[in-house]
Design a protein around this ligand. Sequence first.
Ligand SMILES: Cc1cc2nc3c(=O)[nH]c(=O)nc-3n(C[C@H](O)[C@H](O)[C@H](O)COP(=O)(O)OP(=O)(O)OC[C@H]3O[C@@H](n4cnc5c(N)ncnc54)[C@H](O)[C@@H]3O)c2cc1C
Length: 344
Amino acid sequence: MVAIVGSGLAALAAFATLRHAGVPATGIAVFGTHADPTEVWRERAAAIRQERMRSESDGHLAAASFPGLALRERSLRALVGTATNRYRPSVETFLAHAERVRRRSGWDERFTERRIRSVRAVAGGFELDGDGPFAHVLLATGHPGLARVPGTVHAYEPHEYAAKVAVIGAGMAAATEWRNALAAGAEVVSIRRREPLRRPLNVPREYFSKRGLASFHRLPDVERAAELRRLSAPSYPPGPEWDAHVRVVDAPPPGFQVISATGFRKGFQEDMLLADLVAGHGLDTYDRWIVLSSDSAVPALTDETRTLSISGVAGQWAFPAGDTIAGAKYAARAFTRRVCRTRS
Ligand SMILES: Cc1cc2nc3c(=O)[nH]c(=O)nc-3n(C[C@H](O)[C@H](O)[C@H](O)COP(=O)(O)OP(=O)(O)OC[C@H]3O[C@@H](n4cnc5c(N)ncnc54)[C@H](O)[C@@H]3O)c2cc1C
């Protein structure tokens, strides 16, 4: 029996990939907090009025990469754009496709609403809060929560714009909020610890290829952690589309609405389930990361008979862009390979 813990985009990608590889729906249990696997993401994207995906044509949750969203959109503009890495699917296209993946895969029948508090290795696999054992478990619990500045509204929570807006942060969400608030006619100021970095993608394209990834996997722990820290610095794309003329200030001026575009709390220590797992099994960690093998498995708890893997942001040790749809798929495919190997 296979279990997925978590109920977001990464969980659905894993469920669809397992099903595509021939694992019957009845052989998979999903434990999560949201029956709709797009809900958490959708609400955050809606809060910052995101209309286009940050990812490209292959940023969808179906098991096979082909056909991508550009082909599904059936427009010449989309196809030309994808050839030059300029195509960004609409959020609407992405969500409609995710809904189809959810229906076709049988997700709803296998979903149980339940927050899992403990994962323990036992004979035959893993117990989840004492239930099981499950031979193969994928943890896809997402970010451990928003990084909040007290007394402010977070960019990823629903909000309107006042006439005067101060945005804390210097990443993609901050850049989006400057544009949103300016478009709403507000006076906008920016509060930032450092000058924003302008990068097309948070994680360089080379780390999405086998070769680039192999070079990342060869880095000694200290350098790997430094690289992950470097990549997590706030950034947004170059180009006039993203240029916004906002005044930089040290603190919110009186009378300004304050929006925190400060992202998420960071590290396995902030996720109760992962922190408990690490403590309970004495797992290897480095700084804020759980040390994983290159295929996203927890080495000490994975062998030929059982698998414990981690997807999403907590799986960055294996895939630097863990917190993307590409990262969800990387972990999903590697996990499925292990599951299928032990089933044959
Ligand atoms: C606004 C925004 C826009 C983005 N746009 C893109 C984009 O265009 N392209 C792209 O590739 N990436 C994008 N990302 C990045 C990434 O795809 C998302 O962060 C995505 O939501 C990650 O999916 P996930 O499943 O890891 O986490 P989540 O979607 O957060 O899902 C985790 C789920 O697991 C549940 N859970 C947590 N702990 C437990 C537990 N102990 N037991 C049971 N359930 C639990 C949570 O409640 C939640 O339902 C975006 C991120 C944001 C915030």
